[in-house]
Write a protein that binds this ligand. Structure first.
Ligand code: 5GP
Ligand code: MG
Length: 193
């Protein structure tokens, strides 16, 4: 008799941490947590691109408050699977956030340097309030003292891809989040075409 095989999400994944369904459920409950804090009021979402694009898009659609959206691009830094050194702002805000309530969204909180840098930039622009939301939190990796106000999932210190998160710009379109196989953590042999 043929045995039922578990569907493989992607051959380059060592393991799946969260399926698309699990992410969807958590995003929905995060939206409820956010709603409890903001009530019916308006706020401005600032999304860190590219990583937070999918998360932001899904989260926004679960929130029925009046919201404005802007994006900040921070340079990726370090090698491909570890963040080393200092992040830099590559593209900043377009909207005026003075006296506005701001919710800053990122894909993953790792050393904390990115969220710290962007939080400082936003605070300097005199918002009415600033809160932070990340889908994933690698608590054990923190190098600067910063925590997010809203966290989707805590994860161990493993390099993850999917649902917006990339390795050398690939895998952002995977619907699940998983750990990249160590033997795939190299771009040798990738073609540009
Ligand atoms: P931090 O400044 O907190 O060290 O790093 C945050 C950024 O590093 C994230 O926005 C993300 O771009 C990247 N990063 C950290 N850990 C991972 C990971 O496991 N997978 C991927 N794809 N990116 C990560
Ligand atoms: Mg990022």
């Amino acid at each position: 008799m043929p045995t039922a095989k578990k569907p493989v999400a992607h051959p380059d994944l060592a393991e799946v941490l969260f399926t698309g369904q699990q992410i969807k459920r958590r995003v929905r409950s995060l939206a409820r947590e956010i709603k409890t804090v903001y009530g019916e009021g308006e706020f401005t979402i600032i999304s860190l691109i590219n990583g937070a694009v999918l998360f932001t898009a899904d989260l926004m659609r679960e929130i029925d408050n009046p919201v404005r959206l802007d994006c900040i691009r921070v340079s990726s830094y370090g090698n491909k699977t570890k963040s080393i050194g200092a992040p830099q702002i590559v593209h900043s805000l377009t909207l005026d956030i003075r006296k506005r309530h701001v919710l800053l969204i990122d894909d993953i909180l790792d050393t904390g340097k990115t969220l710290q840098l962007v939080s400082r930039l936003i605070r300097d622009l005199d918002p009415a309030s600033l809160r932070t939301c990340v889908l994933l939190d690698k608590k054990g990796r923190r190098e600067v003292p910063i925590e997010a106000d809203f966290v989707g999932f805590e994860i161990p210190d493993k390099f993850v891809i999917g649902y917006g998160l990339d390795f050398a710009e690939r895998y952002r379109n995977l619907p699940c989040i998983g750990v990249l196989r160590p033997d795939r953590q190299s771009t040798d042999g990738w073609s540009a075409g």
